[in-house]
Design a protein around this ligand. Structure first.
Ligand code: NDP
Length: 257
């Protein structure tokens, strides 16, 4: 049993936003553990490049174009994964965006867009994979929160609202689908060096240094820091763990004072 605790051979993982950043870091961990990977995102060139990298690790990989805001597109994504690999064992609902703006300046369309991608997206994806997981006798769903699930920032009212809500969504799904042997857990990344935060670092002077000073690990996170938690939450090692929100943050969320 111990040797197979983290083994994902024969499993199939759908990773939204798996063509870069944290999603690709997670996909890499899952691929190394033996899972076949479906990279689901909008930019097909970026997805093809990411797939090539995973294939070099020996993984079976497919790419699917999806816009997670669109429920029909998400349904097609799940069907494409099933057509290609005949099963879905793992969903990483990772795709996410931010629009940085003070609350008083947020346009309705901007507000709606962040909610659609960051909150409706994971919900639609979870709904779309549930029938296959249930029929197979179980599955693993990983959602992505943020330090903004715990803390607040003045320029991130919509992002913070969605990242708080995704923790509650995770708990709801965990309680609803425990009977189907589906475990649902949320990862709360700290400050990670990706396209998302590269933009924030350009826009917010001093952000880079402030995060470094505030993070006990003394560094920004790297997407590869998410390989291990992905394997843990996708494997038998976490079979009695559900509804949790786990910080992967170099200690950012526990530093007092
Ligand atoms: P990136 O911008 O690098 O990755 C975001 C990914 O989401 C891209 O692969 C993008 O691919 C995909 N995506 C965006 N919109 C859509 C859409 N509508 N439909 C399908 N895919 C979409 O950012 P990160 O890796 O940093 O972010 C990944 C997740 O981690 C997000 O949920 C983010 O909120 C969260 N997070 C990140 C933190 C950080 O410090 N970086 C901290 C806390 C949380 P494409 O453009 O091809 O569609």
């Amino acid at each position: 049993m111990t040797s197979s605790l983290f083994d994902l051979a024969g499993r199939v993982a759908v990773v939204t936003g798996g063509n870069g950043g944290i999603g690709l870091g997670m996909a890499t961990g899952l691929a190394r553990a033996g899972a076949a990977i479906v990279i689901a995102a909008r930019d097909q060139k970026k997805s093809a490049d990411a797939a090539e990298g995973l294939q070099k690790l020996g993984a079976r990989v497919a790419t699917v174009e999806v816009d997670v805001q669109d429920q029909d597109s998400v349904r097609r994504m799940a069907q494409a994964a099933l057509d290609r690999f005949q099963r879905i064992d793992i969903l990483v609902a990772n795709a996410g965006i931010n629009i940085r703006r003070p609350p008083e300046d947020f346009a309705a369309a901007e507000w709606q867009k962040v909610l659609d991608v960051n909150l409706s997206g994971p919900f639609f994806c979870a709904q779309a994979v549930h029938p296959a997981m249930k029929a197979q006798g179980g599955g693993k769903i990983i959602t992505i929160g943020s330090m903004m699930s715990i803390f607040a920032m003045p320029m991130a009212p919509a992002y913070g609202a969605t990242k708080g809500a995704v923790v509650q969504l995770t708990r709801s799904l965990a309680t609803a689908w425990a009977k189907d042997n589906i475990q649902v857990n949320c990862v709360l990344p700290g400050w990670i060096d990706t396209n998302l935060t590269r933009q924030a670092r350009k826009e917010v002077s001093g952000l880079h240094e402030r995060i470094l000073a505030r993070t006990p690990a003394g560094r920004w996170g790297d997407p590869v820091d998410f390989a291990g938690i992905a394997v843990f939450l996708a494997s038998h090692a976490s079979d009695f763990l559900t509804g949790t929100a786990i910080p992967v943050d170099g200690g950012y969320s526990v530093l007092g004072g």
